[in-house]
Design a protein around this ligand. Sequence first.
Ligand code: C5P
Length: 215
Amino acid sequence: MSEHRPANRPLIIAIDGPAAAGKGTLARRLAGTLGLPYLDTGLLYRAVGRRVLDGGGDPADPTGAEAAARALRPADLDRPDLRGPEADAAATAVAAIPAVRSALLAFQRNFAGERGAVLDGRDIGTVIFPDARVKLFVTASLQARARRRWLELRAKGSDAELSTVETDMRARDALDAARAAAPLRPAPDAALLDTTELDADGAFRAAMSEVARRR
Ligand code: C5P
């Protein structure tokens, strides 16, 4: 056993993947079952984007976005307006700015603390916790993911078209994967989990067997 990887180090489960692949549902359930805190790191970028929009700024402007990231407070993550197309686009824009990512790094690392945690996002296994004991990269086809997001939006009363949701999602995934700062990609040691044909129970069972294998 290497001195950098003591057997009793906290259990960190890093879950990455594109939008609406099922990361959040899976992460929440793993955290509940294993008694670990859960952090949806997308909320950090969403809340930064919201702060910029509140001030009338452009989320793609590095100076304003960095200031918003530095001013972020835990209560910002509870805002009710962090979802929807405007918040999606603002989050993706601020997330491409390296200074924003640096400003949010310590919060994410501190969240796991001594206790461990389940975190989901785009760069948890590659940048935030490259030594995480369990890494999952959760994907699904674009069509399956867009349909899930569309059903969620409809359940909330939105009349968005499926084709618009799919177009927005394709664009957001492309920006996340192409950006220079912490692009979306599986860590070399991540287990791939394709949920296109899996329901939430199936994804949970597959993830728990990976947890058992790596623990
Ligand atoms: O996961 P969610 O869709 O809520 O994330 C919103 C946006 O925040 C993503 O499109 C991505 O641009 C960004 N993000 C990120 N790194 C993370 C989590 C989210 O770049 N760890």
